[in-house]
Ligand binder design. Structure first.
Ligand code: ATP
Ligand code: MG
Length: 560
């Protein structure tokens, strides 16, 4: 985030803990607050991660501290450089900087192994030969402790077996290394959890150097301790794992003693947030890619026209709490709308064009109007828009037989303004053989240049947007709706694919845009007057074949 951006995070419960920790006599008195963001590189980041990034980097920033970026790549499957690069790009785009502190958890494999050996030597870990099924059968229940016949095997034997596990002597699943904690614990995570398993699988960075891999609950506190993290902020599902986190930290000779603090995961209605489900949408072609503008991924939101400011403001406003909740998608949209309202230039674009002929305007003549780019921000300047006898307007701005209260163009109906240009009155229309309206006819008042009639008479009709036919450019415009009809497609047990909205994408071609947009490039955003906020598509738009995405409509459906 820009250094001069001074709006630091609002105080939340995490900060209260940190305040205690860094106060005189606190566990980290006199130390620099140090956090980390630890994504697993098995997918693209989504808006839930944006919240975690905001919490991790924002908290460090609030305390003048540091935040590391760490690829949590201890799991040898699924990881991919494509994701590693995309994660970095997305965090930078959001406005955060890990400076030179970019790490891979897999770089610590050797140290993790040594800490595991240390635990065995201390009699705090043992090699267990129960299979996964046997282990779960011997898990016990609330009243019955777990059991393992290998728990009391001699330290030397465990050391030898663990070394041979590493050397590749045993097949997958043949044995695990378990922490020796408490088989009767009410917290099942403490019932001698497995901390290493055998997996003969290549790793994206360490290749075939390892065939045993540490479990998350063992690896994560070590990663944090090695990096000197003071506060390890994570989501609520790790709350019940905190005793194990602390147990690991307290029983190995690690260089630091980080503190884990959990906060609520972000959920948003009408979308899914699990990477597994997002991946399925991509792989099974329900969307065009991870950056499909309907996806809740950071790259999808960026392509949709979201700005880093809007996402940071959303993260700040939803707050950091200890109880899981679902936020309305409409709230995310309202954050974008309010940022674009102050920053996006107003332009005219006609999405469903129909020709309008000003019959009393001479053929071959044209004139230009100077229009301000933003009604409230003169600093955004002005631009020239041409006007002539042949224009395009939105086809629903004309009705031959108007419905009640219709204030737009209708034969001999109310006078209307063409925004920024002249007052016109509709005189009729031209139809094809099948009776379809193919052209609208109107007369203009030459004494209303700029939009107000010289005689001061009241104009009862609406002000409608238009473009000049001779200079307009053609474009494709994509309109989006919720990817899922169902408000809670992510809910447990629901078939999320059955909740997909079949009408989430509407593609309009042959749209007519004012000429000033011909040179627009991503990430430019505009307000298409009366229609909404639109951005240049960062993948498909080309000079001469422009593609725009509707980022958000004008109307706020979020009930504050
Ligand atoms: P998924 O279940 O979607 O794969 P994950 O939690 O496994 O998500 P990670 O890459 O491990 O994804 O997440 C990195 C960090 O982002 C973690 O600290 C995690 O707690 C946090 N995070 C992930 N999803 C959310 C969310 N919806 N809200 C807040 N934080 C999240
Ligand atoms: Mg994870």
């Amino acid at each position: 985030m820009a250094e001069n951006e001074n709006n630091l995070m609002t105080q939340n419960f995490i900060h209260n803990f940190i305040d205690e920790d860094i106060a005189e006599g606190g566990r980290y008195a006199g130390m620099t607050v140090h956090t980390r963001f630890p994504p697993e590189p098995n997918g693209y980041l989504h808006i839930g991660h944006a919240k975690a990034i905001y919490v991790d980097f924002g908290t460090a920033q609030k305390y003048g501290g540091l935040c590391n970026l760490r690829m949590d790549d201890t799991n040898p499957t699924k990881e991919d450089v494509e994701f590693v690069d995309a994660i970095q790009e997305d965090i930078k785009w959001l406005g955060y900087d890990w400076e030179d502190r970019f790490y891979y958890a897999s770089d610590y494999f050797e140290q993790m192994y040594r800490y595991a050996v240390e635990l065995i030597e201390k009699g705090l870990a043992y090699v267990c030969q129960l299979s996964a099924e046997e282990m779960s059968a011997n898990r016990g229940d609330v009243n019955t402790p777990a059991t393992s016949p290998y728990r009391d095997r001699p330290i030397e034997e465990s050391l030898d077996l663990f070394r041979r596990m590493r050397a590749g002597e045993f097949p997958d699943g043949a044995m695990t290394l378990r922490a020796k904690i408490d088989l009767a614990s009410g917290n099942f995570n403490m019932r001698d959890p497995a901390i290493y398993r055998i997996k003969h699988q290549s790793h994206h960075r360490t290749g075939d150097a390892w065939c045993i891999y540490p479990m998350y609950d063992f690896a994560h506190p070590i990663e944090d301790a090695i990096e000197g993290i003071t506060h390890s902020l994570c989501t609520l599902e790790f709350e019940a794992h905190r005793p194990l986190y602390d147990w690991v930290i307290n029983n190995i000779s690690c260089p630091a003693k980080p503190r884990q603090i959990e906060f609520a995961r972000l959920g948003i209605d009408h979308t899914v947030m699990s990477k597994r489900k997002l991946r399925q949408l991509v792989e099974q072609n329900y969307v065009s890619g991870w950056d499909d503008p309907r996806m809740p991924t950071i790259c999808g939101l960026r392509r949709r026209g979201y700005t880093p400011e809007a996402i940071r403001s959303f993260s700040e406003q939803i707050g950091v709490a200890k109880a899981d909740s679902t936020v309305e998608y409409a709230f995310l949209e309202s954050c974008l709308r309010s940022h674009l309202d102050s920053t996006a230039a107003r332009v005219m674009a006609v999405l469903r064009p129909i020709p309008l002929t000003i019959t009393n305007y001479p053929e071959g003549q044209s004139e230009t109007f100077t229009i301000e780019n933003h009604p409230k921000d003169p600093g955004m300047g002005t631009r020239e828009v041409t006007f002539s006898r042949h224009l395009f307007i939105e086809s629903d701005d004309f009705m031959e037989e108007p419905v009640k209260k219709y204030k737009r163009l209708t034969p001999n109906g109310p006078e209307c303004r063409l925004k920024g240009a002249y007052v016109i009155q509709c005189t009729g229309c031209v139809k094809d053989e099948d009776g379809n309206v193919i052209e609208i006819l109107a007369e203009y008042d030459p004494d209303s240049r700029g939009g107000d009639p010289a005689d001061g008479r009241k104009i009862k009709g609406a002000a409608i947007h238009w473009v000049d036919a001779a200079t307009a450019i053609d474009a494709e415009v994509r309109l989006y709706d919720n990817l899922f009809d169902d408000a809670a497609p992510d809910a447990a047990g629901k078939d999320f694919l059955a909740c997909l909205n079949p009408n989430s994408l509407e593609t309009l071609t042959g749209c007519k845009l004012e000429a000033s947009l011909a040179s627009a490039q991503a990430p430019a955003s505009f307000q298409f007057m009366r229609l909404g906020y639109f951005c240049v598509d960062n993948r498909d738009s080309k000079p001469g074949a422009m593609v725009f995405n509707r980022s958000v409509s004008l109307k706020d459906s979020f009930k504050k």
